[in-house]
Write a protein of this length. Structure first.
Length: 343
């Protein structure tokens, strides 16, 4: 657990923009004909800080005869590592480095919008809760010395108990929210089966599936476009894939081994949307199949980004309403208690 949080902290320090720049520089060197070992050595020589540490780690990894991508696992998100691993395994490293850099740029764009939607409402709610605790320890405690809590109006009692919970139980609430977030993440990345397919059909619940499908289509299209046959491409993508994606790939491989020659039908495991599959079936025999896969993946990514931004705005609105509700409860609660004391 300690290592996990340390990894998260490291990736926050070596943020998306720095990660993107690192991959773009490496891709540029490779496209100019520089060997991978020399490119990493050049980055190591001219860089400093985290970038130099990453290049040093990659150099050591290559010197030990390991895969280059093993030197990135500590510094980059798992999804980005998967993209680069697929490129290294298929001999399309330069293209996949650019694809990974583009994915990081998109993630950075979404993160910026989410933060702008959530920061202000979160500050408002936090200040309202802090104010509630301060008022409880000053005004409400003085009121309780004048009149017992049991004789207060219901609104005043509720306000007092809420303040007590926030003052002494905030850590439990925060821990609960973190636990729920971890459980949701584990569920979506690991749970598979027929019932999971039903869950994926519901709005919002399908967001994880759509995100995985977009990345899968882009990578598969990239591999096929570079001459990798479908069977080999699926094997590459299944390597160290999360259980959810690995399950879908396993079903695709089963359909492929069963003699289905239409690639679109092979991909029909309910990972891709029906309209995407229909379009792929139409052009499955043509030369533009790989390009269409990549384009569909990009379009799906754009839709997913918009969904994430919209959900962030809705969540920000809900948090803002909660903050306003706490402020209103403070005002009406104190008024109700004051009226009771005046009688």
């Amino acid at each position: 657990m300690k290592t996990y949080f340390k990894k998260i902290l490291t990736q926050i320090q070596f943020n998306r923009k720095k990660q993107q720049s690192f991959l773009e520089d490496l891709a540029s060197l490779l496209s100019d004909g520089v060997s991978l070992k020399e490119a990493i050595g050049m980055v190591e020589t001219i860089s400093h800080g985290h970038t130099k540490q990453i290049a040093t780690t990659m150099s050591k990894t290559l010197a030990e005869g390991q895969s280059m991508v093993n030197g990135l696992t500590y510094w980059f998100p798992t999804t980005i590592v998967e993209i680069i691993r697929a490129g290294e395994s298929s001999g399309t490293l330069t293209e996949t480095l650019r694809s990974a850099a583009k994915a990081l740029d998109q993630q950075s764009h979404v993160t910026t919008h989410l933060l702008s939607s959530l920061i202000y409402p979160t500050i408002v709610l936090t200040l309202a809760l802090i104010m509630l605790v301060i008022i409880k320890n000053t005004v409400l405690e003085n009121f309780s010395s004048i009149k017992p809590l049991s004789e207060w109006p219901r609104q005043g009692i509720s306000l007092y108990h809420l303040a007590v919970f926030i003052e002494y139980g905030w850590w439990a609430l925060l821990s609960f929210l973190i636990l729920i977030s971890c459980m949701i993440h584990q569920f979506f990345t690991n749970y598979t089966g027929n019932y999971r397919q039903k869950i994926d059909s519901y709005p919002l619940m399908s967001f994880y599936r759509d995100t995985v499908a977009a990345r899968f289509m882009q990578l598969l299209g990239l591999l096929i476009n570079n001459g990798i046959i479908v069977k080999k491409a699926l094997q590459i993508l299944s390597f160290e894939a999360e259980p959810y994606l690995a399950w879908h790939i396993m079903m695709m491989e089963y359909r492929l081994s069963g003699g289905i020659d239409n690639i679109a039908e092979v991909l029909d495991t309910q990972l891709l949307k029906s309209d995407e599959l229909l379009r792929l079936k139409i052009i499955s025999k043509g030369k533009g199949f790989a390009a269409t896969l990549i384009k569909l993946g990009e379009q799906s990514n754009q839709r997913n980004q918009q969904v994430a931004i919209t959900v962030g705005r809705i969540a920000g609105g809900i948090i803002l309403v909660l903050g306003a509700s706490v402020a209103a409860d403070i005002i009406f609660g104190i008024y109700a208690i004051g009226s009771a004391l005046a009688r």
